[in-house]
Design a protein around this ligand. Structure first.
Ligand SMILES: Cc1ncc(COP(=O)(O)O)c(C=O)c1O
Length: 373
């Protein structure tokens, strides 16, 4: 921080450049482009892929509004699909069913029959840091000529098969928002292995100006297209670099806490623990209040609150929010999401949690279930 303040480069400068290099290396991508949020990154991804008016983009029901909002920024239409009941993630079979049942092929284009819009892309969300079935989704994308933009807001560092998320699809957007595994307060990163995409992203994130501000030695600059004010500051990047160096240590702690929770709750019949595969970033620790529990999820949340423990919910399905409801979605068309939504709750999980904090959560959960017997 000190170094940045003394350098005089408070906006995008050498720290951003170094953070981009280091982040690209961490995920094995050829290029990383720093932005001021994942939302900005997803929006730029739409723009770079030429997705706009008349286009449709599939997003999963269980995500934050940013995933769909970014599609709207670009003038395209997000279309919400149900998720897999066990993983809560976008599922190849559900995507395929959507294409087969609700679309038709015209001149190699996938046209959504109800809206007349052209299906152009999928935005799988690696909820909680659990990787989606990218191979399955890519096979569909290849067959129907679709783009995949990964919403990896929760997925640093997540491994999918033998690769890191950030080095799998055409474009991936990460978030460094305050609650994320790596945080710069507000911030994001877009990764790609295409130099063409990387160059356009760099230009669009800063007013459509050709070349980087900090590399510019003279007064001269050229605006070559309409861009956005989406650049990251050197202050944020300096924070990110320190966090990046601490990734292994912070991840170890997250996994240790999750493992303690799993051990403590495995015998409680009313709890079902969401399975995080090996490579998950374990961004969240989500449990389901199962039918065997003698209480509802809402009751559980209240009981925990009464014991001084705050919980969270990731996420209220998009179609349940007023804004998306007004687009005509019916909860009945999302059976998996509805069942998930009724039952899920995320327990506190962050790398700076002390052992005492963790035991307080464990005790509160155990006591809550005891009290309901
Ligand atoms: C799944 C998901 N996507 C996108 C975002 C947006 O990230 P940002 O706040 O960096 O724009 C979030 C933020 O919480 C998120 O949870």
């Amino acid at each position: 921080m000190d170094r940045v303040l003394r350098s005089g480069w408070l906006t995008s400068g050498p720290e951003v450049h170094a953070f981009e290099d280091e982040f690209a290396r961490a995920v094995g991508a050829d290029f990383a482009i720093a932005v001021n949020s994942a939302t900005a990154g997803l929006h730029l991804a739409m723009e770079v892929l030429g997705i706009g008016t008349g286009d449709l983009v599939l997003v999963p029901s269980i995500t934050f509004t940013a995933t769909a909002e970014a599609v709207l920024y670009a003038g395209a239409q997000p279309h919400i699909v149900d998720v897999d009941r066990s993983t809560y993630l976008m599922d190849p079979q559900i995507v395929l069913n959507f294409i087969k049942e609700e679309c038709e092929l015209r001149e190699r284009k996938v046209i959504h029959k109800a809206s007349g819009k052209i299906l152009r892309a999928l935005i799988p969300v690696h909820l909680g840091g659990r990787p989606c079935d990218l191979e399955g989704l890519q096979a569909i994308a290849d067959k129907y000529d679709l783009h995949i933009v990964e919403d990896a807001a929760h997925a640093f560092p997540t491994r999918y098969k033998n690769r890191m998320i950030g080095n799998v699809s055409e474009i991936t957007a990460f978030s460094f928002y305050a609650t994320k595994n790596l945080s710069t307060g507000e911030g994001g990163m877009v990764t790609t292995n295409s130099d063409k995409i990387a160059n356009r992203l760099k230009r669009l994130r800063l007013h459509g100006i050709k070349g980087q501000t900090w590399g510019r030695k003279r007064w001269k600059y050229d605006v070559v297209e309409q861009g956005y004010k989406y650049n990251m500051t050197d202050l944020a990047a300096a924070m990110g670099r320190v966090q990046l160096m601490r990734t292994a240590e912070m991840q170890e702690r997250r996994h240790a806490i999750a493992s303690r929770y799993r051990d403590a709750f495995q015998d409680i019949k009313g709890i079902q623990i969401v399975k995080d595969p090996e490579g998950s970033s374990q961004h969240l620790f989500t449990i389901e209040i199962a039918p065997a529990a003698k209480m509802s999820r809402d009751r559980f949340v209240e009981e925990m609150y009464a014991r001084g423990i705050g919980t969270s919910l990731h996420f209220i399905p998009l179609y349940r929010h007023t804004f998306y409801k007004e687009m005509g979605y019916e909860p009945g068309n999302f059976p998996a999401s509805e069942d998930i939504y009724k039952r899920i709750v995320s327990l506190p999980l962050y790398s700076s949690m002390s052992d005492d904090d963790v035991e307080d959560v464990v005790f509160a959960v155990q006591e809550t279930f005891e009290s309901q017997k």
